[in-house]
Each structure stands twice: as C-alpha cells, then as structure tokens.
Ligand binder design. Structure first.
Ligand code: 4AZ
Length: 864
C-alpha cells in the first residue's frame, strides 16, 4: 500500500509548521507593541502625526498577519485532514441482457472499449450516489469480460478495478460504503450481495449482481515484473502452466503473475498442480487461486505456499467458467515453483447427491479427495427398508470452518446436525428412521477435500448383529471387548472391565498393566495412573532425581536439589556452578535453564545457545492425507539409507553436518563374510524417500572413514554408536539437512513423544519397507525399562516405544534417528536405533543409544 502524495503538499505545511503556530501569532502581536512606546510622553506627542501613520500601518500589518496566518492555518488543518491513501478495490459485476462476443476477449477491440466505458460510467454513477465514495473516487478501469455461466444465455461478467484517494481515518467508512452496495440477501449467497436496480442508474446497463473487495496489499509489492496470461480452454482443451524457469531454475523474485483461465459456457475450470515447491512463508511467496477472473478476496479458493508432495492431490475446480491463478514472489529466496495442468469439465457432471437405497452404500463430496468446488449444493436422499434405522459413518472429514464448531461456512448436514472441521477419525450418526436426507453445502470461498461416508441399515432391536455396540455407535467384534486396546476409538470397549491382579484400575474404569504406574505416561487417558506419584510431602518440591526440597527454594537462584532441577524451569536464567543439570555455554559458563538450545531466547551471555540453530528443520509442509505410516518427501531430511555397495539397504544413519553421519556401531561390525567396518563397503544414500527412486534431490556418497565407538560392546550393545565421514561434503538441500545434536545435559523426559523413521521391516520377521516409514513413540522411564528388559539396559541407552505394542523400530532401522521435536520446532537427535526384544511386542520397548552421552565424543571426532 502506498501513501499517496497529497494534492496540497502536506509535508511542506507540516515541516514549516512553526511559522503558522499560535506562538508565531503571539510573536507577531508582540511586535506590534513596538509601535506604541509609552515610556516617553514628549516623544509620543512629538511624533503624533507619525504615530497615527504608524498605528494605521501597524493595524494593517497586524490584520494582514492575522489574515495570512488564518488562511495558512485553515490550509494547514485542511491538508492535514487530506492526508490520503491510495486504495484499490476490485470487483465483478454481472451484466444482464448482454451477449458475449469474442471481441470482449481483446482489450484493444472497439467492443471491449465501448462496454468498458459503459461499465466505468455505471460505476461512477453508483459511487456518486454513495456517501464517501463520491468524494474520494478517482477512476475505474475494466480489466476483463467473461461469458456468464448462469441459466440465462445473455449475461456478461465485467471485472474492474476502482481507485479511491481515501483520507486517513476514513478507510473503514469507504469500505463500508462499498460493501453496502451489495446488501446481504439470503444465507447461501454469503457475502455476495445482489443489486437489481440497474434502471435506477444513468447508464442503460442492467446489473444482476456486483461484488467488490479491497486488493490484497501483498499484491502491490512486486517490483520487477507483472504479467497476465489468458487461456481460453475451449481453444486449448488442456494445457500446462509453469512458474517461470520451472523446473530448471528457481522462479524470479519480485514478480506478480496472473493466469486467467476461461472455460466455455456450461463448464467449470479444473486446475491440478503436478508439482508445487514455494518458499514456506505465505507472507513472502505464494500462489492464490480465485473463483473469479480478478483477485477478489471473497472468492479465494485457496492460498498455498511451501512444498506439497505428489501424493497429496492439489486439485481445484471453479464454481463457474472462470478461474484466476496468481503467483506473487518477494525479493528474498527463490524456490523451484510449480507446474499445473488445466482443463474444463461440464458443469452438470458433478457426481454429487441423488437417491441412495439398499442396506448399505457409500457417498462422498464432489471430487474427493481433491477439493470440492465453491458454491456447491448436494442432497442425498437415503432410504433403507421400512422398519429399519440408518447409521451414517463419515470416515474422513476435511471441511474448513471459520470459527470453532459453528459450521457457518461449509458443512455436511445429517438429521439437522451440521458437521464440519478436520477429523481423520470416524464420526457416526444414527437416524431412528428408514429415510434421511444428507446435505452438503459449500460457500463461495476456501475449499478443501470434503468427506467420504457410508451408510448402513440396522434393526432398532439389534443395532449390531453378532457384534457389540460402542458408545459412539460403531459396531465391533465382541472378542475385542476388554482386550486392552481401544478398538471403538472412544475407549468404550475398554470400560467396565474387571482388572486382573497385574493391572491397575484407572479412574475412568480402564485396566492397564501395573508396570505403567507412575512412568510419566498418561496410559489411562485420565492421568489417574500418574497421580500420587510424588513422594514429597505437601509444600515440598519433587526434584527430578526423586529428592524433596522446600517449595520456597524453587527458582531462588541457588541449587537445592542435588540434580539442580529446582532451578531448571524458572522465569529467570541464572549462572550456576556447572553440573550434569546445567547447560554449558561456549564461554564455559553454566546456566540453570533446561534445554536452552535454539529455544529462541539468548540465555548464554555469549549467545552460544542460539548460535547453530539451522539444524533439525523440516522444510516440508505436512500433508494431512496420510492414512498409514509413510513419510513425505523432505519430512526427515537427515535420514540416510546405508547400503552395502551394489546390494541393498542395511542400516539407517543421520546427517549431522555436510560431512558427517551418525549411525549404530553394530551396523559397522564385521562378520565372517563382510568387513562392514571398511568405508568402501558402503554407499550412503541421502535425500531418499523410496528405495531405488532417485531424483535431483537425492545424493549417493562414498565414505572416507568410519569411527566405531571404542567402548562398543557387541554382547551388551553398550556404546552402540559410530561416525561416518563422507568422501566429499554434500550440498544440503530441502531433502538433505542435518539434525540438531543435543547438549550433554539436554533432557528428554519420560512420556515425551519422539519419532522413529526407517526402511526397516514392517513387522517382526517381515519385509523391509520401500517407502520411508515413520511412527510416533514415547520415551519410557528408565526404571520401568530396566525392569521390562530384565536389567539389560545401561545408562548409555534410552527406551522408547508404545508399551501396548504394535509400534516399534525393527531390523533395518538400526543406526537411524530417534527424532525429538523440541518446543522451538528444531528437531534433535535423541537416540540411535540400537536393539530390542523382537519388534513391536507388548511391554518390549525399543532400545536406543542415548546421544547426549556422546556429545563430547562427537565433537572431538568430527568438530561438529
Ligand atoms: C535390528 O535388528 C533391530 N525393536 C532394531 C531395533 C529393534 C529390534 C531389532 C527394536 O536392527
């Protein structure tokens, strides 16, 4: 947004304001006193004639000064009020009784100019009837015309830009006046008002509806290039749009590009992104898609930036026969950009709504899992045999909502219940009738994937034949009741069970293994297994090492708990004697704060806690449509696949710098056939997602050296850590990036969620994964782990897993990272996959090398 240079030079009058201030006026009045000196009466008398003259001149000058000052003051205040902002508003108006002619596509044609002139005049006439608009209106230009897509054959839509010079402070009045031009009419029209009073205005145009909005200020930033391309899809049935330079070079900075897509009457525009990689900050570079030919804020279909994987459908459909794609870039970093394919689809081809009969059936929002169009209305009439009831299950739901649980925007409605939001779990609704109606409505902006649903008929007397009913109306096998697993997804199958002697009775009626008591994990779901675990009496603070100190000693700047934990989570960071519970800055000072690295605050005097924080960042914008455990491209850019040269994947590793990898010592242990400790045996594959699939972001590297920890014990797996040096440094990219190394005193508390990743076996004695897998597990209390692993763990190991079973690392994951996402968003290497009793067994966590124990060793050997 530019500040408009006012017509009267405001800066002049403001800068020279001193001349026109009341003080100057007083000064001038004071000067007039010099003409009336009263001290010498003779002199006064002697100079009588003169005096009259002086008084006359004095009065004239005085009056002149007053007049000039007043004029200048008035001007001054007037121009102050007139400090103006240049405001642009864009809009569209639908013109009834106008037949579209091809010449309207060409802004240089006589026809375009003539109709454009009429539209501009119409706008002027309308603005001149509105308060505020009349005073500040500068001019309008028509940008484009398109053929109306409604029922009537004869409509043309005009797209225009209107300019106003708005005095500062009156912006909202002008905006209100502009929006009052389109009074709300009917809920389903949303903010698109209608004006059907064309005959009121001077011009002969008849307006069906009009919509107007402020231009997004980000769009006025582009300084280098601005360009508009127009595609008539009737003439090019499908085509491709690429950002400039794609895929060979990054898109240019400071660019504003528009692609106008026009389909034939009775069609919609379809736009599918095949590749999408922009800067991750939508304030910098972004793509917008509009359900309009101009960037009207009310008609934004989507705004995108960042990186999207091919797997996620990024596909949009317009409500009418036009669409606008826009790319805006700023001066900073450039990324590869995008490629999108456009086509047109018949308006009526929408598979949406209809009659559904029978005992079961499925239905989904239009285009699922691609986005539904704006302004869509679907009605499904479900009818099951008389006497039966209906159960509707929404399996996935991606319907954006504006405010919490209000479903004011888009929604699906069953039995008068509106459903919206993002829910990957099942939502079940039962209808005690044999018929029901399901509605799906989208408004004119922001779309998403929608939903998939199925329905089934059931007898009210037997809602779950041969099964048991969950509280959420799902039916599950009766064998699943009280099996310790949440099969209903609302835990109702695990309630009211009789707990056995080796189980704890949770406050909410669940039974959980006794071992899980006080392990800092909320296993019951109501935290009752973690209550009353503090051994300290009331008024005492529980130190992390189990000790107790008076509550008053917490955060007093002195270490009172033997482990210093009474000073570690305090508002004030203090310098303390160094211990295992303080953080050592580069200048060797030790500070009390727990995990201060990269938390956004400079806690060390020398700022060293925030000095190297580019590590551990996921450039990838997460996809939501991940049903299973597959990773996305670039999600774990430090993950390495260690392959035996010319053979297959053997172990994982983590990138810690452009030259060094961390892996497990047991991965580089020689056996009778292969000397795994030798660098030439290995090939490191970086930036890989799917085994065997290479692209421009993947890199294969040879190794220069392998450093196995000297204390590695092949029997106990103690010190199971090794370093690998690449033969040449790797160029980091969005899929190849180092993970952060935690300081020696970094705390990964029991219960914290951490991520395991790898191409290892997907089940015990199973097969290796092709696609990089990921799973969330939790850090397990060392005492609990020691008991579960029958004393085979050491302090150099840490345990993580899901004790219910089912989630774990396995053969082939060894050497890979245990990634911990810290509060700052940086990801730290908490562990290295080491060993376990089988895979994913109940009460058998995975065992990981505790990386904090090796921070100094890594520094000494690699300099990282
Ligand atoms: C392995 O053989 C292995 N369940 C790695 C991790 C685990 C088990 C085995 C943990 O590489």
């Amino acid at each position: 947004m530019h500040i408009h240079k006012p017509r009267c030079s405001v800066t002049d009058s403001l800068n020279s304001g001193k001349k026109f201030t009341p003080k100057t006026l007083e000064d001038d009045c004071d000067n007039t006193d010099a003409f009336l000196p009263a001290a010498d009466a003779t002199e006064v008398e002697k100079q009588k004639g003169c005096k009259t003259l002086y008084v006359g001149i004095g009065l004239m000058v005085f009056s002149a000064v007053i007049v000039v000052t007043t004029v200048l003051l008035v001007r001054h205040f007037h121009t102050r009020r007139e400090v103006q902002l240049k405001k642009f508003y864009i809009g569209s108006m639908s013109l009834a009784n106008q037949r579209f002619v091809d010449a309207y596509d060409n802004p240089d044609s006589q026809e375009f100019k003539e109709l454009g002139q009429q539209v501009s005049q119409k706008l002027k006439a309308m603005y001149f009837k509105m308060k505020y608009l009349e005073d500040y209106f500068v001019g309008s230009t028509v940008q484009a015309f398109s053929e109306g897509n409604g029922g009537s054959e004869d409509t043309v839509v005009a797209y225009y830009l209107s300019e106003f010079d708005v005095p500062i402070g009156l912006e909202s009045e002008v905006e209100a006046s502009l929006t009052s031009m389109d009074p709300m009419e009917g809920g389903q029209q949303g903010r698109m008002g209608r004006i059907s009073k064309g005959s009121e205005f001077s011009s002969s145009l008849l307006i069906n509806n009009i919509m107007c909005g402020a231009l997004d200020p980000r769009m006025t930033k582009a300084k280098n290039a601005s360009q508009t391309y127009t595609y008539h899809i009737s003439k090019t049935p499908t085509g491709t749009i690429e950002s400039p330079g794609f895929p060979n070079s990054p898109y240019p900075p400071n660019t504003y590009l528009e692609w106008r897509l026009l389909a034939e009457r009775g069609h919609r525009v379809q736009l599918e992104f095949e590749s999408f990689n922009l800067e991750d900050d939508c304030q910098e570079d972004f793509v917008m898609v509009y359900d309009s030919l101009v960037p009207l804020e009310q008609r934004v279909i989507t705004e995108k930036c960042g990186l999207y994987s091919r797997k996620e459908p990024l596909s949009f459909v317009s409500s009418g026969n036009v669409m606008l794609l826009m790319l805006v870039t700023n001066e900073k970093k450039s990324f590869p950009g995008f490629r999108a394919r456009f086509s047109q689809v018949p308006l009526q081809s929408q598979d949406c709504g209809g009659k559904l009969t029978g005992l079961t059936g499925t239905f989904k929002s239009p285009n699922y899992p691609s986005c539904y169009p704006p302004l869509v209305k679907c009605v499904w009439n479900i009818e099951v045999p008389a006497g039966m009831s209906i159960r509707v299950k929404f399996n996935k739901l991606f319907i954006p909502e504006t405010s919490k649980n209000s479903c004011l925007k888009d929604y699906v409605e069953v039995n008068n219940e509106k459903i919206c939001g993002i829910n990957r779990d099942i939502t079940v609704i039962t209808i005690p009738d044999h018929t029901t109606v399901v509605n799906f409505n989208s408004d004119m902006s922001y779309v998403d994937s929608g939903f998939t649903a199925d329905f089934e008929a059931f007898l009210p007397t037997d809602p779950c034949p041969g099964k048991i009913a969950c509280a959420n109306n799902l039916c599950i096998s009766s064998l699943l009741k009280c099996n310790g697993w949440n099969d209903c997804r609302d835990n109702s199958d695990e309630k009211n069970c009789t707990c056995s002697s080796d189980q704890i009775h949770c406050g909410n009626g669940l039974c959980q293994p006794k071992l899980w008591l006080c392990d800092k994990v909320n296993d019951c779901g109501d935290n009752s297994d973690e209550k009353n675990c503090d051994n300290c009496p009331l008024g005492q603070f529980s130190c992390r090492n189990g000790g107790c100190v008076s509550d008053k000693l917490k955060c007093d700047g002195r270490v009172d708990c033997l482990d210093g934990s009474d000073e570690s989570k305090c508002p004030r960071t203090v310098v303390l004697p160094c211990s295992g519970y303080t953080y050592m800055c580069k200048n060797m000072q030790c500070i009390s704060k727990l995990n201060p690295e990269c938390d956004g605050d400079e806690d060390c005097e020398d700022g060293s806690d925030e000095a190297s924080c580019q590590c551990g960042k996921q450039p990838y914008r997460h996809s939501r449509i991940v049903g299973g455990q597959g990773s996305e491209e670039g999600e774990w850019p430090w993950q390495v696949s260690l392959q035996r040269r010319g053979s297959e994947h053997i172990c994982g590793a983590s990138i810690i710098s452009d030259r060094w990898l961390v892996t497990a010592a047991h991965c580089v242990q020689d056996d009778e056939d292969v000397q795994y400790s030798k660098p030439y045996v290995w090939e490191a594959q970086l930036g890989l997602l799917v085994q065997g699939q290479f692209n421009k972001w993947t890199v294969k590297k040879n190794l220069k050296q392998i450093i196995q920890h000297i204390g590695y014990n092949r029997d106990s797996y103690d010190n199971d850590i090794a370093l690998m040096e690449l033969d040449t440094p790797v160029t980091l990219n969005q899929n190849i990036w180092p993970i952060c190394l935690p300081s020696a005193t970094h705390d990964f508390p029991a219960g914290k969620e951490v991520w395991i990743t790898g191409w290892g076996d997907t089940r015990e004695s199973g097969f290796a994964a092709q696609l990089l897998q990921k799973a969330a597990v939790r850090i397990i209390n060392s005492t609990v782990c020691e008991a579960l692993m029958t004393g085979r763990t050491t302090s150099n190991m840490m345990c993580a897993g899901v004790l219910q079973g089912g989630v774990d690392a396995c053969q082939g994951d060894s050497g890979g990272p245990l990634s911990s996402i810290e509060a700052s968003g940086n990801i730290f290497l908490a562990g290295v996959v080491s060993w376990g009793d089988g895979c994913a067994r109940r009460n058998k966590p995975g065992i990981y090398t505790r990386v904090t124990k090796y921070r100094e060793w890594i520094r000494q050997n690699t300099g990282v």
